[in-house]
Design a binder for this molecule. Sequence first.
Ligand SMILES: NC(=O)c1ccc[n+]([C@@H]2O[C@H](COP(=O)([O-])OP(=O)(O)OC[C@H]3O[C@@H](n4cnc5c(N)ncnc54)[C@H](O)[C@@H]3O)[C@@H](O)[C@H]2O)c1
Length: 434
Amino acid sequence: MNISIVGTGYVGLVSGACFAELGAKVWCIDTNKQKIDNLKSGVIPIYEPGLDDLVHRNVKAGRLFFSTDLADSLNEVEMLFIAVGTPPGEDGSADLSYVIDVAEKIGQNLEKYLLVVTKSTVPVGSSRLVRNAIETELKKRDRNIEFDVASNPEFLKEGAAIDDFMKPDRVVVGVESERAKELMTHLYSPMMLNNFRVIFMDIPSSEMTKYAANAMLATRISFMNEIASLCEKVGADVTMVRKGIGSDNRIGNKFLYPGAGYGGSCFPKDVKALIRTGKDHNSPLTLLESVEAINERQKKVLFTKFSNHYRGEIKGKRAAIWGLSYKPGTDDMREAPSLTLINKLLDAGCTVSVYDPVAMEEAERRLGNTIRYASDIYDALRDADVLFHVTEWQEFRMPDWQKIRSLMKTPLLIDGRGVFNKTALEGIIYLRIG
Ligand SMILES: NC(=O)c1ccc[n+]([C@@H]2O[C@H](COP(=O)([O-])OP(=O)(O)OC[C@H]3O[C@@H](n4cnc5c(N)ncnc54)[C@H](O)[C@@H]3O)[C@@H](O)[C@H]2O)c1
């Protein structure tokens, strides 16, 4: 099977490499020339465990190709996936300009039947816009070429993306023709052999499923963050409460961890976009509005704990931060809680020293010389007045506490992930959420 994937980011590159691994011939297209040049010379633009090997193996096997021009391979493929970004617009709605740009290019170059599948997260109705954009361009060329649109939202998690793609809980596919259904069935048949569920539905339901899934997960996080705040006030321990409720089968134990707020490239923008869709259809999503407001508050909670500890006298204090990416396993810092914390610390006149196992380059690109980049976990906390644990990388799990005490000016640890055992931290002041 021949496939194009347009947009070679976290989703596009992982999907392309995985489809190639399953035997398809895949062209990964991106307008970012630097990215494509790097990929052609074997440089992987993102950190994702296992991705280097997968890409190199499939390039070598002659199944994975990279190009900046969609037109090059368009008439060699049976299906094309749109996997470009859909960032939030000013009013919170998903910005579809990249998606429509791809659709227009398809219409300008199409010569034979194509199935156009939207993998980007897009609001209900977007596949219709993709169809219209292709038709408009075909009309300009006075051509009548048959094509189908379909929706196949992606549910992979950064940090475990390859496993998620190869062994998904389910694959959701929205179609409106038998031909599209047959092609998608053929594409995902290796996964069906392994009994993974491919759920076919209409296109609007498929588009909505992606938003509803992310909104549900974000809701669980904000719910637990709010319960954690109350636990602090009433003398309950949120870790025990989490265990207590997570053992109920109806609730389950995933996504019940309080923390410094959800971040990343998906939850914040997808919650915003769904709220916008609700407003546009006069069906306000008041629960999600609260989820978002709780999250905004939560992103400031680590700073507030620090400021309260020093009774507001924090100007000139030295802060150390462990963990910059929005979660472990990735170098992605989009909407990372670490950024909110760093900005608040700098605004308050503190100096900041940071360490992250993989996101240092990305941090430097975003923050330049406003902070100090440490060489390891201990280098970060020399003479520090506080250590913030923001991202729960494995590397931070069992540090040498004695060394930490001796290196810090004031041994204050503020744990945004609640992973340390208070009794093991003798001599260290330990504050956590909940
Ligand atoms: N990152 C995730 O964990 C994740 C998970 C599920 C779904 N999604 C969704 O998938 C989509 C892509 O997300 P991502 O994180 O991979 O984004 P990304 O920013 O990492 O990658 C998007 C890529 O698209 C390219 N691009 C933009 N316009 C283009 C065009 N006209 N032609 C060709 N390439 C173009 C960009 O240069 C960029 O490399 C978004 O809608 C996102 O919500 C992301």
